[in-house]
Design a protein around this ligand. Structure first.
Ligand code: SF4
Ligand code: FE2
Length: 622
């Protein structure tokens, strides 16, 4: 099969899809087929249903209507649609951040049994950044004040989101000049929704500038808070060995799979899985232990901090159930297909939803809150143990692949000996040409993991360091890029540097909110070189993206000066002006653009060209 006819490049994906078919399971690929042909107007961003004078569509061939009932033209409609995607993505990640801030506050009030401040040093560092007094104060009272100060970031009392000051000064000046410094996290999302209401902002340029500000409010606001507070509560990640793919499920143990994004639930589940009382119960019922694995980002959160294994990424979330080996799947929110309850009903798997904001068909709802999470986790894990006896036939088609995860910016700098200098020297000498963050999801429109793995392979072969997050990190780990011996697949310069440091050429930086670690890392590099982020030989890429969150991430990367490649085309082709702005005009505004290229081989060339151009701009190879 050629890659474009093939559903997945992964051996567990292919084998489990065959099994799912034999079991008459309908998967995301079947439903994608059933939707063909998909709406061309929507694909181009030319349909609007913002008000009920509509719905309206613009005829891209110029023969039919060129405006909606209200008079909005293609530029306005495409801009509004894109901006609403940005607002939704920012809302999702930033609301995830809010949940962590609420746990931080609850801990300080003694109302979150089982949660604690695991990293006081990071708590104090953040408190310092927020101007919270730390001297002679206990951690809990600092935590309370920090939580309240972070809550103000969400509102409208500030002139700018606090952590914006982490960006290089040159970048902050760009934002001020263009007028896109984010003021408040919820404020920017709310204003974006206001501006895109019928009859408000009808200038596609000013709409898109607010889109950039909205995305920045997430990248340097809500998502950054999510990552930083997670580090305070659960620890700053450090490299740990782990295993990945469907083979991490164990025949002789109770298998619990966590799915979703927020570590607030999964951390408690992982603690309950270690409870001697529950392990004893598992033994009594014939299981040799309790095995917890992740799919999606909540798993990445556990992997980063505890080395917990990943059973798969987005497109594996239905297939993993057809192993028949998942005794329980516990979900929180985001990227959870509403189909999985139905898939699970063909097996013995118990499906549990946990968030007051995310309910699903075919799942039992057990709501977690900071005050009851510890107890709930014990009850739920006990239910999983009891379900072990109900297993029927098992099909675990592969052996697990080894990997190393857990590279926070702190550990990367540590591995380099305390400063970014060795990395900068390697870049200056040309041993490492540059660095690329490959991020984002899977999408049934693209052969599962083909985009991620192909692009990563081509970049490391050409001495470009790759950092990854989210679903990409699982794809790359499964492909074997995340063991130190993977340097054999890297070019000579990258091989030498990673070999000397004992690290793989592809570094797992975490979940999707952890893309902010990339912002912090490029800021450190830019500051060390005394330049702006947009001058660095770096790029971003989302080869298989699907979600609104990915749009927001792409936009905050570009607005931060990181030129970003997208595999699938966003729904903007209905407006020539907007395509032109996103792919070239933004260069004059924020010093970076989007590049769209579905073929990862060609994308690798585009990205390499961009990196060499930036090297030349810095006079590195003169
Ligand atoms: Fe149609 Fe305008 Fe209403 Fe959109 S806002 S549905 S283009 S009338
Ligand atoms: Fe994610």
């Amino acid at each position: 099969l050629t890659p474009d006819k093939q559903i997945s490049i992964t051996s567990d994906g292919i084998k489990l899809l065959k099994k799912a078919k034999e079991d008459n399971i309908e998967t995301v690929w079947d439903r994608h087929d059933a939707q063909q042909p998909q709406c061309g107007f929507c694909e181009m961003g030319l349909s609007c249903r913002i008000c009920i004078m509509g719905p309206c569509r613009i005829d891209p061939f110029g023969e039919g209507p060129q405006t909606g009932v209200c008079g909005a033209d293609a530029d306005i409609i495409v801009a509004r649609n894109l901006c609403r995607m940005i607002a939704a993505g920012a809302a999702a990640h930033s609301d995830h951040g809010r949940d962590l801030v609420e746990v931080l506050e609850a801990i300080s009030e003694g109302k979150a049994p089982g949660y604690k401040i695991r990293d006081e040093a990071k708590l104090k560092l953040l408190a310092g950044e927020y101007g919270v007094e730390t001297k002679d104060r206990d951690a809990l009272s600092i935590a309370g004040d920090l939580a309240h100060s972070m809550m103000e970031d969400y509102g409208m009392r500030r002139k700018k989101v606090n952590l914006v000051s982490r960006a290089p000064i040159q970048r902050q000046k760009v934002w001020e000049k263009v007028g896109i410094t984010p003021r408040g996290i919820d404020r920017e999302t709310s204003e974006m929704m206001h501006r895109t209401h019928m009859g408000v902002d009808n200038n596609w340029q000013s709409l898109l500038l607010q889109g950039l500000r909205n995305a920045l409010s997430d990248g340097w606001g809500g998502s950054m808070i999510a990552t930083e507070v997670s580090d305070i509560l659960f620890g700053v990640p450090s490299p740990k060995p782990t295993m990945v793919n469907a083979g991490v499920l164990k025949e002789d143990q109770v298998n619990i799979v966590v799915h979703g994004h927020n570590p607030v639930v999964s951390e408690m589940i992982s603690l309950a899985c270690q409870s001697p009382e529950l392990l004893e119960k598992a033994k009594k019922l014939g299981a040799n232990g309790i095995n917890i694995a992740g799919v999606c980002c909540t798993g990445n959160e556990l992997l980063m901090r505890r080395g917990i294994q990943m059973a798969g990424n987005h497109l594996m979330t239905e297939l993993i159930l057809s192993t028949g080996a998942v005794d329980m799947m516990i979900v929180d929110y985001q990227c959870i297909m509403p189909s999985i309850g139905k898939v699970a009903s063909s097996y013995h798997t118990r499906m549990i939803s946990t968030s007051d904001k995310a309910k699903f068909p075919g799942m039992e709802h057990h709501e977690f809150h900071p005050d009851n999470a510890q107890k709930k986790a014990m009850t739920i894990v006990e239910m999983a143990i009891e379900n072990f006896a109900n297993r029927k036939e098992l099909f675990i088609p592969v052996k697990p692949q080894e990997a190393v995860g857990g590279f926070s910016v702190e550990t990367i700098i540590n591995a380099l000996g305390g400063t970014a200098d060795p990395l900068i020297d390697a870049i200056k000498q040309g041993k490492i040409r540059g660095a690329v963050g490959i991020v984002g999801c899977n999408n049934p429109k693209i052969t599962h993991d083909y985009g991620h793995v192909t692009l990563t392979r081509r970049l490391i072969e050409n001495d470009i360091l790759v950092v990854d997050t989210g679903c990409v990190s699982v794809a790359n780990a499964k492909a074997g890029f995340k063991v130190p011996s993977a340097i054999e697949m890297a070019g000579p310069g990258l091989k030498e540097i990673c070999g000397a440091l004992g690290i793989p050429p592809v570094l797992h930086l975490g979940s999707c909110v952890d893309n902010v670690r990339i912002l912090v890392l490029v800021s450190a590099l830019a500051n060390a070189l005394g330049v702006d982020i947009s001058d660095l030989p770096v790029a971003g890429s989302a080869p298989e993206w699907y979600s609104e969150k990915a749009v927001t991430i792409g936009v905050y990367c570009v607005a931060s000066g990181i030129t970003t490649h997208l595999g699938p085309m966003p729904p903007v082709t209905g407006s020539k002006n907007i395509v032109e702005l996103l792919t070239s005009g933004l260069d004059d505004v924020v010093g970076a653009t989007f590049k769209v290229e579905p073929d990862p081989e060609k994308a690798a060339l585009l990205i390499r060209h961009h990196i060499e151009k930036k090297r030349a701009g810095l006079g590195l190879d003169a």
